[in-house]
Design a binder for this molecule. Structure first.
Ligand SMILES: [Zn+2]
Length: 239
């Protein structure tokens, strides 16, 4: 039975003072648009978020900066809106909808939020429902992202002297003069996420078994600083 207040299945509907380290919820019927916080977790989630808000306000952040981030075990991050109403609170917004699409989630699948989280940042785990096999959920292959290890990002920053946290990037293969637009973003853990890879990989005929030697370069084009990901070598794996 779904709870009349929070719409979640098997919600006992009581607010307890017991602090939990994880929030585990089966996605309810409204999962495509939002997730209501189960009644028994609501106080804990609200107090956690208001604590972060207080800290952020002291640091001079404005109200509109208060997006949460859900970060998956594949290190995909989603900005999530949190709204606290009179009777229920919900996680929602374009980031939530994208999370559902990227992982192809469905009614009854399971999301686990780590409530030991810090600074608006919730690590999450996603599992398919028992009726869909009960396996860990993985992002669909169309999710277009490449991760560069933090050690490479740090090395690049040291060599360049500076490196903005996000910006545009050219994806270049020097041998076939391929040049595609992409973007990059450096996460808190130092890793650089690069988007735009799938169109580039098609054109450069990269396949899952390719071993690719890449370089990241910083250069100036028409007076503007620009970052490039350059494919230096491309090898077919031989077994
Ligand atoms: Zn409830």
């Amino acid at each position: 039975m779904a709870c009349d207040v929070c719409r979640n299945l098997n919600c006992p509907g009581v607010e307890s003072d017991v602090a939990q380290s994880f929030l585990i919820v089966s996605l309810p019927r409204c999962y495509e648009s939002c997730l209501y916080v189960p009644c028994y977790y609501r106080n804990q989630v609200i107090s956690l978020i208001s604590l972060w808000k207080d800290e952020a306000s002291e640091d001079g952040f404005e109200d509109e900066d208060f997006d949460l981030v859900f970060s998956t075990t594949e290190e995909l991050s989603y900005k999530i809106k949190f709204t606290d109403g009179n009777h229920r609170s919900k996680f929602h917004g374009p980031g939530w909808e994208k999370l559902i699409r990227d992982y192809d989630l469905f009614y009854g699948d399971i999301i686990q939020l780590d409530l030991q989280a810090e600074d608006f940042f919730f690590p999450i785990d996603l599992m398919l429902s028992e009726s869909r096999g009960g396996y860990k959920a993985f992002p669909k292959p169309s999710v277009d992202r490449l991760k560069i290890p933090a050690i490479v990002t740090n090395d690049l920053r040291m060599k360049l002297g500076y490196l903005p946290l996000k910006g545009s990037m050219r994806l270049v293969q020097i041998f076939s003069s391929l040049d595609f637009p992409g973007t990059y973003c450096i996460h808190k853990d130092g890793r650089m996420a690069i988007t735009g890879i799938s169109a580039f990989a098609d054109a450069a005929r990269l396949t899952v078994d390719c071993v690719v030697l890449i370089g990241i370069q910083w250069h100036t084009v028409r007076g503007e600083d620009s970052l490039s990901l350059v494919i230096i070598g491309l090898y077919k794996k031989t077994e």
